[in-house]
Write a protein that binds this ligand. Structure first.
Ligand code: EMZ
Length: 386
């Protein structure tokens, strides 16, 4: 198997049963595996709710390490839409020309630094740095702040030996609390200040609500973006012809990014809590149990995607759900897409080829399903294009 290949561990269960049951801290999760069912359940917030106990819709559940509700992600309609309306414009800023230009400058610099180094470890010396620096644009705060986030390492809720590290999570919570207090004392043009002055249902947002939005902004786009960037590098390392093709056909870069995101599906799944007895694929779903919407499985559903396990850079129909589906679709998607588009474009211009020197895969284990999501580390050599 090639190093950049991410196989589909859900295929058999998806075709045969449509559901896969896994145990998570004695609060089992029934994974919904088919594209059609994933979309249907994502839409049906009355039966499959997000606004349950904070942390419970995440798999692994974070109820033990978090009390703060993440907003708008752990809220259902109609409040969900009201919160979302407050922040939607802010999260559209990545589409502005100026934002794209600044992102391009950041990525040019990083790729140049990388080419000077030649050899480097992509996860910690490229993807983490790229994600952290780009986040300063999304928050509209000084570039130097990225250094603090880089020092936290890859995961905010996880350390190497603990998938739910409360102490580590506290570093993020304390940091956000302090930044909120700073913004109250000295308001600026940043996301904290903007949220603190936003009006929800006739009152300004509370500190706790602002914290909930900020935790989501930090956590939701961290390992997902890092994995997407790292997987993109490994894919081009092993498929130099694809890099060459995009160099000659830059007009398909947008499509190519969608296809890479479908194939990588950086977020495997997201949960919901069941509010009434229901049925999925003739499988009884009990009230108060949990389901998860398995984006990664839906994105390989052969009834929707022809040759689902192949990366087809200019795939025509690509209704993937890698950024979720329906009203909860990813708020950071514009930012993430812009990062990947600018990165791919820059690689085609500056990089001739990439050699993989050594690597260690990063797997998630969900009961019977073992899924490669990226790399723990991957050492490569970047070769400059003359
Ligand atoms: C939550 C989640 C959001 C969760 C879209 O995903 O990302 C996870 O990485 C966090 O652990 O708390 O923010």
């Amino acid at each position: 198997m090639s190093k950049s290949e991410l196989s589909d561990p859900f295929e058999k269960a998806r075709t045969e049963k449509g559901i896969g049951v896994i145990n998570d801290q004695n609060d089992p999760v029934q994974m919904v595996l088919r594209h059609k069912d994933v979309r249907r359940c994502a839409h049906n917030w009355k039966t499959y709710q997000s606004g349950a106990e904070p942390g419970r819709i995440v798999v692994p559940s974070e109820v033990k390490i978090r009390d703060t509700r993440q907003i708008p992600f752990e809220v259902d309609p109609p409040e969900h839409g009201e919160y979302r309306a407050l922040i939607e414009d802010w999260f559209r800023r990545p589409l502005n020309e100026d934002y794209e230009k600044r992102l391009q400058e950041q990525i040019n610099l990083l790729v140049e630094e990388t080419l000077d180094l030649g050899k480097l470890e992509v996860v910690s010396e490229f993807a983490l740095i790229l994600q952290s620096r780009a986040l300063t644009l999304l928050l509209n705060i000084p570039y130097e702040e990225a250094q603090t986030w880089i020092s936290w390492g890859i995961h905010v809720f996880r350390s190497e030996d603990n998938p739910l590290d409360g102490a580590k999570a506290n570093i993020l919570y304390d940091y956000i609390d302090a930044q909120i207090d700073k913004a109250i004392e000295n308001p600026g043009e940043d996301l904290y200040s903007t949220l603190l002055s936003s009006v929800f249902q006739g009152r300004t947002l509370t500190k706790e609500e602002v914290k909930g939005i900020m935790i989501l902004t930090f956590a939701g786009g961290r390992d997902t973006v890092i994995n997407a960037v790292t997987n993109t590098i490994s894919y081009f390392a092993e498929n130099p012809k694809s890099l060459e093709r995009l160099r000659n056909e830059p007009e398909i870069i947008g499509k190519a990014v969608e296809e890479l995101v479908r194939y990588f599906s950086p977020l495997t799944h997201m949960g919901r809590v069941v509010t009434e007895n229901a049925e999925i694929c003739e499988h009884a779903i009990k009230k108060d149990s949990r389901i998860s919407l398995c984006w990664a499985s839906a994105n390989r559903d052969a009834s929707v995607f022809e040759n689902p396990n192949e990366i087809i850079l200019d795939r025509k129909m690509n209704p993937h759900v890698a950024f979720g589906f329906s009203h909860h679709n990813c708020l950071g998607a514009h930012h993430a897409r812009q990062i990947l588009k600018v990165l791919v474009k820059t690689l085609t211009k500056k990089v001739q080829s990439i050699d993989i020197l050594s690597h260690q895969d990063n797997h998630e284990e969900w009961g019977e399903f073992k899924r490669k999501v990226g790399f723990e580390r991957i050492e490569v050599n970047f070769n400059r294009r003359d």
